[in-house]
Structures are given as C-alpha cells and as structure tokens.
Write a protein that binds this ligand. Structure first.
Ligand code: GLP
Length: 233
C-alpha cells in the first residue's frame, strides 16, 4: 500500500487527478468512480484538465435504493453534476435505485463489472471504514448487492439531506469482492472524522469490522490522506 500524506483536500485531489490522467494516458479503458464530498476536488481538476473520457467507460460504486436518477440526492445526479456533464464517457454505469427487482438489478450490475473490468477504481472512506456502501461486517468476497445502511452512515450522510429521515435506508453497492478485482485503486480521505478509519485501513488488523482494511491484501493501492486524516497513524 502506497500512502501519500498531503496538506489538504485540494493538494490530495490534484494528486489523485494526476494519477487518473496518467492511467488514461497509459491506456486505461474503464474507471471505477465514487461519490461523496471526498472526490469533489479531484473531479474539479479532471474537468479543468484536457483529459478525454469519450472513448472510455465508467462504473460507479453505488446508488441509494429508491432515488430516481434526477433526484438531486442520487448518485446519478451527483456524477452528472460533478463530472459527466462536463466530461462525458462513452458509457457510464450507475446502479438503478428505482429497480423493481433487486436480484435482477444486482445481477445486471455484476455483468456490467464482469464485461468492463475496472482498470482504476477511485474510493472514498466512510467514518466507520466502509468502502462503497460495504458497511462493517460485509463479506469480503461479496459482489454487488443490496445493503442496509448503518445508523452511523445514515447520520453522516444526512448532512446532504434536508431531514435525517429522508436518507434512504438501503443502497445497491459493489461488493468488496468486486472492488478487489480492480487493477489499481486510489483511496482518498480527508479530515479528523476519518482518522480512526484511516488508522484501521493502514495499520489495523485486516478485519470485516473495518472493511477498508482488506485493501492491505491488495497490490496497486494508493491511499491519499490529508494531515488531519493521518493524525492517528
Ligand atoms: C458514502 C459513499 C462512499 C463514500 C462515503 C464517504 O457513504 N457510499 O462511497 O466514500 O460516503 O463520504 P464523504 O466523501 O462525503 O465523506
């Protein structure tokens, strides 16, 4: 695991964007993308760059169950606003939060991932160590599935919603097994509220209690954290 400590999110986002641009220059065809406040500066830098994704495919990690793509809290909407409207891909996949049949939707998404092996996956980190929406206790070999969100995640994500009760209780998420198949991974984390999860990710035992810790078992993982998130290392 290559750990890079930066001053702040602006510097970290720039480093991550440079890595994405390099991957594209070196022939990457499929990017795995993440939502949340963490990758926002990286997306800004990608938009400001001359990188061209129009012949590439993107596959997103997750989506809230029950939200339509045009709902401004959905991850479809987030991706359009923060990247795709300015930098479109030939094809972009995000799980369908409105799918009527959860099993059919997860099977569809697993086929998407199998057909489009991910060259570079971008990850954020939940305060409880989750990646995607793989909450503590998630099986390490899981593929895409419907997951129940923990109270801690609902509370953390409620800052983006008007009322905490508006936060969906379920999501579709790529599983840890799917994430581990990507060739390269960049994980970013900023701020003191991520410091415990960063410690678990980098120094802790590999345990389902901190899902991100499984990344210790993988080659080609770069972790970019700011000084606040690195404070407990
Ligand atoms: C959500 C997303 C994760 C994200 C995490 C951290 O739960 N499913 O992919 O990494 O929150 O969010 P933020 O970057 O806003 O701190």
């Amino acid at each position: 695991m290559n750990v890079i400590i930066v001053k702040d999110q602006v510097e970290g986002g720039r480093k991550a964007a440079d890595m994405v641009i390099n991957a594209v220059k070196n022939g990457a065809k499929v990017l795995g993308l993440a939502t949340g406040s963490t990758p926002e500066t990286m997306y800004k830098d990608l938009i400001a760059s001359d990188v061209d994704f129009t012949k590439m495919t993107s596959v997103n990690l997750d989506e809230y169950v029950g939200l339509a793509p045009e709902d401004d809290q959905s991850y479809h909407y987030f991706m359009a606003k923060h990247l795709f409207d300015a930098k479109p891909f030939a094809k972009s996949y995000v799980p369908n939060g409105l799918a009527k049949d959860a099993d059919a939707e997860t099977a569809r998404y697993n086929k998407v991932i199998a057909d489009n092996p991910i060259d570079l996956q971008v990850l954020g980190l939940g305060r409880n160590g989750h990646i995607g929406f793989n909450e503590p206790g998630s099986p390490i070999d899981a593929q895409t599935r419907k997951v129940a969100l923990t109270e801690s995640t609902i509370e953390a994500n409620s800052r983006n919603f008007e009322h905490e009760e508006d936060v969906p209780k379920f999501a579709y998420s790529m599983g840890i097994g799917s994430i581990m198949k990507s060739h390269n991974i960049i994980l970013m984390a900023w701020g003191t509220e991520k410091a415990d999860a960063v410690k678990g990710l980098i120094e802790g035992p590999v345990t389902p209690d901190c899902p991100a810790s499984i990344l210790q078992k993988k080659d080609n993982v770069t972790v970019i954290v700011d000084e606040a998130a690195a404070a407990k290392l």
